[in-house]
Design a protein around this ligand. Structure first.
Ligand SMILES: C[S@@+](CC[C@H](N)C(=O)[O-])C[C@H]1O[C@@H](n2cnc3c(N)ncnc32)[C@H](O)[C@@H]1O
Length: 509
């Protein structure tokens, strides 16, 4: 792997003009997310994401402008200079180091992957060669010495974090562990100033390329570990897709935090509060150990810093063997030969045994600095598909927590509620039975939750269109079912709270 990286100096008008011409050329050739899918077709596109390049190579044999760009920037092929010159400002690309000569041909020095922004923007994510798609495991024959410093492109974790991030206009955002710069690129759309940090200086240079090529404002780039590069500065939004992998060593900077077990994630969470402005959000992806004799919920709850509300969602759990295999494959260790592979696998299991770890949880952690004396901490397991992007649902979750915290039962019954859009009722029971065994309300939006309700709950939710108070609705239901209205008013607030908390009902006014 070459250590050579292109330059794109946003402060230098000539450099900016050259980067602008490259961007125009990429757009003109439809080297965009949509263009790529159109050219390759879904199977070759998906194969590329699995680091399988043969289908894409077959789909780009024509030598047209888009095919040339895919070969150069995604498939690490050399192409004849005249072919490259037909689509790219070759002199600019050579001057800035995006391309280098290889005999009579040209090749790219970095991967450049088209990436569609949330508003349909055409962006490009820069990463190390062979890392645009499929992770480092896809790199064959890369210089082993350089593997530790590899900067990867967009992975599933990157897009997950980008999707769950609360996007509201803010003054200052921090992307901790920026890598290719994908989170900083998103943040640049709604934050006046973005700071991006990384332990790996190569990542900072690559993030700068991603931002420049995508036409975003440059970020304040700082090298160093965790919060160390930002001193005591505070932010309205902190995002991090950190090197959360729990591993027996720190072989790959992009994924192995180098701290024991889940200490890196714990440290990040614990230190975040000191770097958040009031009302600010910190959102990160994390892994946590499931340790024998301990509830995982207690473990992650103990991480939440004082003065912060938290919403922690466990999305997946893997046993230690599955986990070790996943990351051995990701690192390309399955190609190291059977003995070496076995030794590395064993080291992983040894590490877990020493830490009494039975499994590893993967999930999302969102903190909001509310300063509340009684912080709302929600810790839940939700492995089911959700709607992405989810950022708005995250903001609504915390708004609802504020409402519930400030509303006692009397105020709740005096309040009005609206059933959110796209909730359906499902009735489950034996075929032909008159009454359902149970009734389920299911959301089609946001977290796509489902919850069991009784007939009162279902009836109540059905009537909630924001016109009648909760108390009036309950009185009417009591009359219908012949129940004492006082008792019904007494026992129902807990269920209403649950429906509000889970986002089925929203307070009106
Ligand atoms: C999983 S990658 C995430 C990259 C990118 N933000 C994304 O979402 O795709 C983690 C990044 O954290 C960086 N990193 C590793 N250890 C770090 C540390 N102690 N402090 C800050 N960044 C670190 C790695 O170099 C890498 O770029």
């Amino acid at each position: 792997m070459t250590t050579h990286l292109p330059t794109a100096d946003a402060q230098d008008p000539e450099s900016s003009a050259r980067t602008g011409r490259l961007r125009e050329a990429l757009l003109a050739a439809a080297f965009t997310a949509d263009g790529l899918l159109d050219l390759l077709g879904a199977p070759a596109y998906a194969a590329l994401a699995r680091s399988e390049t043969v289908p894409a190579l077959r789909a780009t044999r024509g030598g047209g402008p888009l095919e040339t760009l895919v070969r150069l920037f995604l498939l690490q092929c050399a192409v004849p200079e005249a072919q490259a010159a037909a689509v790219l400002p070759v002199a600019d690309c050579l001057a800035d180091g995006w391309l280098v000569r290889d005999g009579a041909e040209l090749r790219a020095t970095v991967d450049v992957r088209p990436y569609g922004g949330p508003e349909g923007q055409d962006w490009w994510i820069v990463s190390d060669l062979g890392c645009a798609v499929g992770g480092a495991g896809g790199i064959r024959g890369a210089a082993a010495a350089d593997r530790a410093e590899l900067v990867l492109g967009v992975g599933g974790a990157s897009t997950t974090l980008a999707g769950i991030t609360a996007r509201r206009p803010v003054a200052k955002a921090l992307d901790l562990g920026t890598g290719s710069g994908i989170q900083a690129l998103h943040a640049a759309q709604h934050a006046t100033r973005v700071t991006a940090t990384d332990l790996n200086p190569r990542a900072l240079r690559i993030a700068a390329l991603t931002l420049a090529l995508s036409g975003a404002a440059p970020a304040d780039l700082r090298e160093g570990s965790l919060f160390e590069p930002v001193g005591e500065e505070t932010y309205d939004l902190i995002v991090s897709n950190p090197p959360f992998v729990i591993s027996p060593g720190a072989r790959l900077t992009y994924r192995d935090g180098g701290m024991g077990g889940d200490d890196l994630c714990r440290t990040l969470v614990q230190q975040a509060a000191a770097h958040l402005n009031d009302g600010g959000y910190c959102q990160l992806l994390a892994n946590w150990q499931h340790v024998a004799g301990e509830e995982w919920q207690d473990r992650v709850r103990s991480w939440v810093p004082r003065g912060c509300d938290a919403w922690i969602v466990q999305r997946e759990v893997q046993d230690v063997a599955q986990y070790a295999e996943l990351w051995l494959r990701d690192g390309g260790d399955h190609r190291a030969g059977p003995e070496e592979y076995a030794a590395r696998y064993d080291a992983w299991l040894e590490e877990f045994e020493a830490r009494k770890t039975k499994a590893v949880g993967f999930g999302w952690i969102t903190l909001r600095k509310s300063g509340a004396a009684d912080p709302a901490v929600t810790i839940e397991e939700w492995p089911h598909p959700v709607e992405q992007p989810l950022g708005q649902a995250v903001l609504s979750h915390f708004d609802r927590q504020d409402y519930l915290r400030a509303t006692d039962d009397a105020a709740l019954l005096a309040g009005r509620f609206r059933l959110v859009d796209e909730v359906v009722q499902e009735q489950v029971g034996l075929p032909g039975a008159e009454d359902p065994e149970h009734v389920v309300l299911r959301q089609n939006r946001g977290m796509r939750r489902a919850t069991k309700v009784d007939t009162v709950g279902a009836g109540f939710a059905g009537v909630c269109d924001g016109t009648l108070t909760a108390g009036r609705i309950l009185d009417a239901i009591a009359q219908l079912v012949g129940e004492d209205p006082v008792l019904l008013r007494d026992r129902t607030p807990a269920s209403i709270r649950a429906l509000v908390e889970q986002g089925f009902l929203e307070p009106v006014g």
